[in-house]
Design a protein around this ligand. Structure first.
Ligand SMILES: NC(=O)c1ccc[n+]([C@@H]2O[C@H](COP(=O)([O-])OP(=O)(O)OC[C@H]3O[C@@H](n4cnc5c(N)ncnc54)[C@H](OP(=O)(O)O)[C@@H]3O)[C@@H](O)[C@H]2O)c1
Ligand SMILES: *[C@@H]1O[C@H](CO)[C@@H](O)[C@H](O)[C@H]1NC(C)=O
Ligand SMILES: *[C@@H]1O[C@H](CO)[C@@H](O)[C@H](O)[C@H]1NC(C)=O
Ligand SMILES: *[C@@H]1O[C@H](CO)[C@@H](O)[C@H](O)[C@H]1NC(C)=O
Ligand SMILES: *[C@@H]1O[C@H](CO)[C@@H](O)[C@H](O)[C@H]1NC(C)=O
Length: 320
């Protein structure tokens, strides 16, 4: 390793020039991710969600922020999209194909809580009560699984051609590359014209926002949420293997409690037996992790699970 090479955080952890899609990008964690990308020179960020008003309001919040980068008015764009509808996702893909023609990073972040509530499981006082609690809101499982789990497959699949186009734009050979001692080839001479560092060998990337709920065995959110998030985390890992010969990375981010529409009812203070850090996650926590994963310094991170939970998983049963 050339230990005299420049190691500058502004280039290692930069989103410079990236085209990124964030599902569920209008609120909570998705909007915080978008903010980190926006402030660190992403060239285009598409926020996808069902409620256009929430997306537009999120964009306005970022654009009017004192931390907003200068001259960046057309970076953020809202696309109304339901991640469970293939026609809706296809329409988003068609629009982005026309506008940029490639996507460097797809962030599968949209999610819902689904049928709650897990705490009731521990408060049941008879076996009949326990049975009834487990079966409560049975009909709400389907949409929870569709949004939190099945959409990871549907949305990732729909964006594959745009992810591959990001690779070819950066000089990478196209298509399937197989076999021992046979890495994907890159024509690095194109990088200079794209204002990309000569040592930048990032490949296209899918990041799936699962949850520590994917791993915890103590149920608070509810059984459907945790099951759907366990599925999301596992799919994020499987995709890294499925895509290995296709030059597309896949990583999973598992947040602990963060402030969002989903957690408005949660008290933001915790004891050391709940979240050793004592607080909810904040914009530094998710912003820093995002920039690490999408930046040049994260190019070798692939097929992993990144937990950001203030130590919550360490004090509850469950491992990743
Ligand atoms: N906050 C936490 O403590 C926490 C912890 C661990 C994991 N997570 C995960 O983090 C992700 C973001 O959640 P959040 O906490 O930031 O909650 P949030 O503020 O409720 O954000 C969820 C976003 O997903 C969008 N969404 C939901 N269903 C959708 C659909 N069918 N199609 C497109 N977009 C959809 C919502 O917008 P529309 O309703 O307008 O579509 C919303 O903007 C979720 O996957 C969540 O499970 C959150
Ligand atoms: C973003 O761009 C500005 C202006 O070119 C530059 O000064 C800054 O270092 C860049 N930051 C990152 C993280 O790329
Ligand atoms: C969950 O159930 C418990 C016990 O039945 C109840 O005390 C609590 O208020 C419920 N929480 C929500 C968010 O419904
Ligand atoms: C479910 O998810 C919630 C929210 O992350 C978490 O607090 C709870 O302990 C998780 N585990 C189970 C099995 O429900
Ligand atoms: C990991 O990422 C590289 C690019 O960084 C990619 O070529 C490879 O196929 C990916 N998958 C796995 C499982 O390594």
């Amino acid at each position: 390793m050339d230990v005299q090479a420049s190691l500058n955080p502004a280039t290692l952890f930069s989103a410079k020039g990236l085209v990124v899609v964030v599902t569920g990008g209008g609120s909570g964690i998705g909007l915080a991710i978008a903010s980190a990308l926006y402030q660190n020179n992403a060239s285009k960020i598409y926020l996808l969600g069902r409620r256009t008003a929430i997306l537009e309001a999120g964009i306005k919040t970022l654009e009017t922020s004192p931390s907003a980068p200068k001259s960046s008015s057309s970076v953020l764009a809202a696309i109304s999209c339901d991640v469970t509808s293939t026609s809706s996702v296809d329409a988003a893909v068609a629009q982005i194909t026309k506008e940029t023609g490639y996507v460097d990073v797809l962030i599968n972040n949209a999610g819902v809580l689904g049928p709650t509530n897990g705490t009731a499981l521990y408060e049941a006082e008879s076996i009949d009560q326990l049975r009834d609690t487990m079966l409560k809101d049975w009909d709400k499982w389907e949409s929870c699984m569709a949004i939190n789990t099945q959409s990871i497959v549907g949305v990732s699949a729909a964006f594959l051609p745009l992810l591959e186009a990001a690779n070819t734009r950066r000089g990478w050979a196209k298509g399937k590359v197989q076999g021992t001692g046979n890495p994907r080839k890159q024509d690095t001479t194109v990088l200079k014209g794209l204002d990309i560092d000569a040592d930048d060998d990032r490949l296209a990337h899918i990041i799936t926002v699962a949850s520590i709920a994917s791993y915890m065995r103590y149920s608070i959110a509810g059984l459907a949420y945790n099951a759907s998030k366990a599925g999301a985390a596992q799919l994020g890992k499987i995709l890294a293997s499925v895509f290995a010969e296709w030059g597309i990375r896949s990583n999973v981010v598992c947040p602990g409690p963060y402030p969002s529409e989903m957690t408005t009812h949660i008290l933001a203070q915790f004891g050391t037996n709940q979240v050793p850090q004592g607080r909810m996650g904040n914009v530094n926590d998710i912003g820093g992790l995002t920039l690490f994963l999408v930046g040049k310094g994260g190019a070798y991170v692939n097929g992993t699970v990144q937990v950001s939970d203030g130590g919550r998983l360490a004090v509850f049963p469950g491992t990743y």
